[in-house]
Design a protein. Structure first.
Length: 114
C-alpha cells in the first residue's frame, strides 16, 4: 500500500509549486485511515489536516508518509506528528514510511517522537 501512497504523493506534488515559509520546497503527507480513505496534506507543518479528519470521523491513521517535491521521503514535522497522535490514541500504531540504509524502513509514530 505504501507504493500506492507514494504514487498519490508524486501525482499531487506534480501540480504544486507553492512554497511556504519554513519549507525549502513543497511537500505532501499522505495518510491512510483505517477505513481505507486516503487524505493528502499539502505543505502542512502544523497538522491542520486533523480538523478535516475529525469532521469526517476518520481519525485513526494506519499508514503515513511525507514526500518532498524533489522526491525524498522524510518525516512530517514534529508538530504534525504530535497532532496526529493527540487526535486519536490509536495512532500509536500508525506506521510511517522512512528512508533507511539501502531502502525504505517503517517505524511506528511514537518511535519517531523520541
Amino acid at each position: 500500500m505504501f507504493e500506492e501512497m507514494l504514487e498519490v504523493a508524486r501525482n499531487k506534488l506534480a501540480t504544486i509549486n507553492e512554497i511556504v515559509v519554513g519549507l525549502p520546497e513543497p511537500q505532501v503527507t499522505v495518510l491512510l485511515t483505517d477505513n481505507d480513505n486516503i487524505y493528502v496534506a499539502v505543505n502542512d507543518v502544523d497538522g491542520s489536516i486533523c480538523n478535516e479528519l475529525k469532521r469526517n470521523k476518520s481519525t485513526k491513521i494506519v499508514k503515513m508518509l511525507t514526500l518532498w517535491k524533489a522526491g525524498d521521503v522524510d518525516l512530517a514535522s514534529f508538530v504534525f506528528r504530535k497532532a496526529i497522535l493527540d487526535m486519536d490514541e490509536d495512532n500509536i500504531n500508525t506506521c510511517i514510511l522512512l528512508c533507511g540504509n539501502g531502502g525504505y524502513v517503517v517505524k511506528t509514530l511514537p518511535e519517531t517522537l523520541c
